[in-house]
Design a protein around this ligand. Structure first.
Ligand SMILES: Nc1ncnc2c1ncn2[C@@H]1O[C@H](COP(=O)(O)OP(=O)(O)OP(=O)(O)O)[C@@H](O)[C@H]1O
Length: 248
């Protein structure tokens, strides 16, 4: 067992103090219309993964997929339940975030490596491969903010995939970048899966999920509809739901 989620639920508070700021808070308090609404974006998710699994998370917009990934990667604590993970974890969420625009591409690469728990020595050894894979040799001494968004995601993908985490989380990563890079990143993903890493992928491209994943988690409005290794059957039912043949 490399990852286990037990009854995970995540609540967002909307309109609370943190979101609206102090001025608005005081105004609303004085007018007696300060209300905080709670919203459960993820509610009651249970599943576990073994080493080498590739999980595909599917569900329509707002199903809770990205929110769940944040809890899995540790960016967010679940409001209820628990997430147990083993080994190193690298998450490619909101590509390009977590970088410092004013630092160079090289500095950012080392920084990201350190955030993933890798030593300077390891990064010295891996750095050239990271830059070569991202095809950013000409940019290594430029400030990160000068990269195009496609280049930023290439760098993020390259770092996460070259450093070989035990668990790799990808949020729609394979749909960014141009055609040539997409092919290259898909091949890299297969290599990572082949090497025994556990991978989690969120994708709206059902065909990609069918081809690459060994397990499927289907979320709808925060609830877990299905989880299992019968990829074809779950994807078929999800497709039927998308086509309006199944109601939830
Ligand atoms: N910071 C936030 N505060 C309040 N509500 C939020 C916040 N972030 C997300 N939500 C809500 O939580 C729900 C789940 O959002 P999430 O981004 O996890 O969905 P998703 O399945 O990844 O969607 P998509 O496929 O559109 O990317 C949505 O209804 C969204 O509006």
């Amino acid at each position: 067992m490399i990852l286990e989620l037990h009854d995970v639920a995540i609540r967002y508070m909307t309109g609370d103090f943190k979101e609206i700021g102090i001025k608005e808070y005081v105004i609303r308090k004085l007018k007696h219309n300060y209300t905080v609404r709670e919203f459960w974006a993820v509610d009651g998710v249970n599943f576990s993964l073994e080493q080498g699994d590739m999980l595909g998370i599917i569900g329509t917009n707002g199903a809770g997929k990205s929110t769940l990934l944040k809890a899995i990667s540790g960016i967010m604590e679940p409001t209820k339940g628990s997430v147990y993970r083993e080994g190193t974890i690298a998450a490619l969420l909101e590509l390009g975030s977590g970088f410092d625009g004013d630092l160079t591409v090289k500095e950012n690469t080392y920084l990201r490596g350190a955030m993933l728990g890798y030593t300077r020595k390891f990064m010295d050894k891996t750095y050239r491969d990271i830059i070569a894979f991202a095809e950013l040799e000409e940019y290594e001494d430029r400030p990160f903010k000068q990269l195009s968004s496609g280049m930023k995601s290439r760098l993020a993908f390259s770092i996460a995939s070259q450093v070989r985490p035990d668990i790799l989380i990808l949020d729609e990563v394979l749909s960014v970048g141009d055609g040539a890079f997409r092919q290259k990143s898909e091949n890299k993903m297969r290599e990572i899966i082949g090497s025994g890493a556990t991978t989690i992928l969120v994708s709206h491209m059902l065909q990609q999920v069918r081809e690459m994943c060994s397990k499927i988690l289907w979320l709808h409005k925060g609830k877990q509809i299905e989880f299992g290794d019968d990829v074809e059957a779950i994807c078929d039912r999800y497709q039927n739901f998308l086509d309006g043949k199944i109601k939830l």
